[in-house]
Design a binder for this molecule. Sequence first.
Ligand code: CAA
Length: 257
Amino acid sequence: MPYQNITVSTEDGIAVVTLNRPDVLNALNQATMDELVSALEEFEREGSVRCIVLTGAGRAFAAGADIKEMAGASAPEMLAGYRFQQWERIRKVTTPLIAAVNGFALGGGCELAMLCDMIVAAETAQFGQPEINLGIMPGAGGTQRLTRAIGKSRAMEMVLTGRPISARQAEACGLVSRVVPAETVLDEAKRLAKEIAAKGAVAVRLAKEAVLKAFDTHLEGGLDYERKCFYLLFATEDRSEGIAAFLEKRRPAFKGR
Ligand code: CAA
């Protein structure tokens, strides 16, 4: 499908989706979000992509919602718009999403990175929720996901001052899983994606669901959920193959069923 605001490529069971409006630091206008949702859902439907890397062209991952597009919007228009339904659709994507954050991840850009399942950051990346400087506040999950990721005090400081943090600070507080030299960030994310893509797809899907469950349930509910997923995997061919391969001292050949 031809896209105007993103580029998409696939290789070895993984996809790379690149936000491609570098002149405006990949500001997330509606058209970009539409294309992003459409590309992710198409991968889900098609079924051969096992892990997706999301990155940005140029100096930014994304510098937030498109401020020019938001400038004239009224509260009722924001409420009636489908803006946040798109974020919910991304949240429902079952394929693992890795954000390869190459530069600025600010406002909606930081929120989009946090909506992904893992973040690999370039040493030069910056993460922030600067909405307060515009007289507004995060609206796409920033107050919730950032707080869960880095704790109340640090999240409060970022959200109330709008000051960004560096990739190293983000690593120290657990927002990102690793920091790598800027020129290798996409390759590192792709390597990670290929490692995940080679695992049993049903196990990966249920494991992702179970980890995400930790965000919205209490411990007992989460443990129950985990156990149900665990039992279910004993009905898969991949479980028989994985255990047989271990016992036979060979690499497993998973089939995703
Ligand atoms: N929306 C629209 N355009 C943006 C943008 C955004 N979020 N961020 C940057 N741009 C545009 C700039 O207007 C500029 O365009 P022009 O050349 O046409 O003037 C171009 O991108 C390059 O930006 P700068 O010249 O500002 O680059 P810089 O290196 O001097 O500064 C920056 C970089 C610090 C990231 C700065 O661009 C900036 O502060 N951007 C805004 C960040 C922000 O406030 N994001 C939050 C948006 S609100 C939001 O996201 C709400 C939500 O939760 C959903």
